[in-house]
Design a protein around this ligand. Structure first.
Ligand SMILES: C=CC1=C(C)c2cc3[nH]c(cc4nc(cc5[nH]c(cc1n2)c(C)c5CCC(=O)O)C(CCC(=O)O)=C4C)c(C)c3C=C
Ligand SMILES: [Fe+2]
Length: 435
């Protein structure tokens, strides 16, 4: 498999590629069943569960769970997110952790095929027992679901240095809690975690169903520490996708590392063979930042000032030095008054590789989590970035200390996870860590 395939087997539903899905939707599956084609031949030779075989409500494709890299990184960013960070319970043992990862692997592989978590699923089990699957995804297609797992620093060593699971000597040197940055106002309720699961799909119910059922499987071994729903992607991760907009109304993701940039993925996203912890080869580091955006204040800022803060124009997303959306910014260009066309404290100037010396793959989502007593929305950007080294994020975030956007945002959550490489046939997620 090439560097950027990420295990895709179907078109899997980004807005531009929905027209040509090649994954087998439940509706398509039923048609083939009716035509006498054995279902075992269609889905990896495994028997298809009796559950969730009602017609699909859409025809989005599927992504293979197994592959060289975990799906959900360079996979074209789906429109919906449910993210959860977990802590192991105080009684959980190394064997419990391994069993959990095995159970999660089996369930995730089924879920990404649009199936219930087990063969008996939501309605196929005994009447006297709670069903294996909660059932709210019955009748829904796979919807491009990807499930991506990560390991936090506290899985390797607790805050007081305890090696709970015999993993301390397998901790990558770079996997450490991020430093406190200027303006950070971090809340424990949105930070850190032993494990994480990122579920992305084009149907919110499918993403929520995945997290709900995976957390149910973890009962007694791990529980959710914090979680976040996202309703609209704020990045494109493939050149086949249109650039979406964040809640400031700007195009976001224009200069992102894209799935088609094989060399950039190697240089900036995938952990290379030089990492002493071999179990991380082909993996990546995920940073999450819960960033509140004071949109009521932002909405009172003039268009010209908004453009100057970002360094791009709100309509096209073109750099203020001119051109169109994908033109390279010219940071040397000055206006007739002698001022830089892209201000010194503009977001894109400070975050640009010419300033930071690095890039990252951003995969964030918009969120609105209710409102406060003043009627202000608790809105923001759930920022996620994948990088070969956490230092890349640290360098960019440090450069953003001078960002004029800081007046309108507040970082309240922060976490880092080592995301192991893809799971091959016969393996469970992260199995090389325990070898
Ligand atoms: C530490 C990394 C970054 C954080 C945190 C971050 C927050 C953040 N960004 C926007 C809006 C935009 N960001 C844009 C570009 C951009 N942002 C980062 C990094 C972080 N952003 C990078 C590396 C880049 C690319 C720089 C480049 O190479 O040109 C843009 C412009 C469009 C684009 O290229 O994506 C916008 C708009 C918000 C609103 C925000 C926090 C709420
Ligand atoms: Fe940004």
């Amino acid at each position: 498999m090439s560097d950027n395939t990420d295990g895709a087997v179907g078109a899997a539903g980004d807005d531009e590629s929905l027209a040509a899905p090649t994954g087998v939707s439940r509706r398509g599956l039923l048609g083939l069943v009716a035509a006498g084609v054995g279902t075992g031949a269609l889905i990896g030779g495994s028997a298809v569960a009796a559950s969730r075989v009602s017609p699909s409500v859409d025809a989005a494709g599927q992504y293979a769970f197994r592959g060289e890299h975990q799906a959900g990184i360079v996979t074209p960013a789906q429109d919906r997110l449910h993210f959860a960070a977990f802590d192991l319970t105080s009684t959980a043992t190394r064997d419990d952790l391994i069993q959990l990862l095995k159970d999660w692997t089996a369930a995730a592989e089924r879920l990404t095929q649009g199936l219930d978590v087990s063969e008996s699923g939501s309605v196929g089990g005994p009447e006297l027992l709670p069903p294996d699957d909660t059932g709210e995804a019955q009748g829904l297609a796979a919807s491009g679901l990807t499930i991506t797992f990560g390991f936090g620093p506290s899985l390797f060593r607790t805050a007081d240095g305890t090696d709970r699971f015999g993993l301390a000597d397998r901790q990558p040197a770079e996997l450490a809690t991020l430093p406190l940055f200027a303006f950070d106002l971090l809340e424990e309720s949105a930070s850190d975690g032993d494990l994480c699961i990122q579920a992305c799909a084009n149907d919110p119910q499918v993403a929520v169903h995945a997290i709900r059922n995976l957390s149910r499987i973890a009962f007694g071994t791990a529980r959710i520490r914090w979680s976040q729903l996202g309703f609209g992607r704020t990045s494109s991760t493939s050149t086949t996708q249109a650039t979406p907009r964040n809640l400031f109304g700007f195009k976001d993701g224009t200069a992102n590392v894209k799935a088609e940039e094989t060399e950039a993925l190697r240089d900036f996203v995938w952990v290379g063979d030089d990492e002493p912890q071999t179990w991380m080869h082909g993996g990546s580091y995920l940073v999450t930042r819960t960033i509140l955006m004071t949109i009521e204040n932002w909405d009172r800022v003039s268009l010209g000032e908004q453009n100057a803060i970002i360094g791009r124009d709100k309509g096209e997303g073109a750099p203020l030095s001119g051109g169109s959306e994908f033109s390279e910014p010219d940071f040397e260009l000055r206006s007739t008054s002698g001022e830089p066309a892209i201000p010194e404290d503009a977001h894109v100037r400070l975050a640009h590789p010419t300033q930071t010396g690095t890039r990252m793959l951003r995969r964030g989502y918009n969120f609105v989590d209710g409102s406060n007593e003043l009627g202000q929305l608790r809105a923001g950007l759930f920022f996620m970035s994948y990088q070969r080294s956490p230092q890349q994020f640290i360098d960019v975030q440090s450069a953003l200390a001078k960002d004029s956007m800081n007046e309108y945002i507040r970082h309240v959550g922060s976490a880092i996870f080592a995301v192991p490489p893809g799971t091959r046939a016969g393996e469970f997620v992260g199995s090389a860590l325990f070898a």
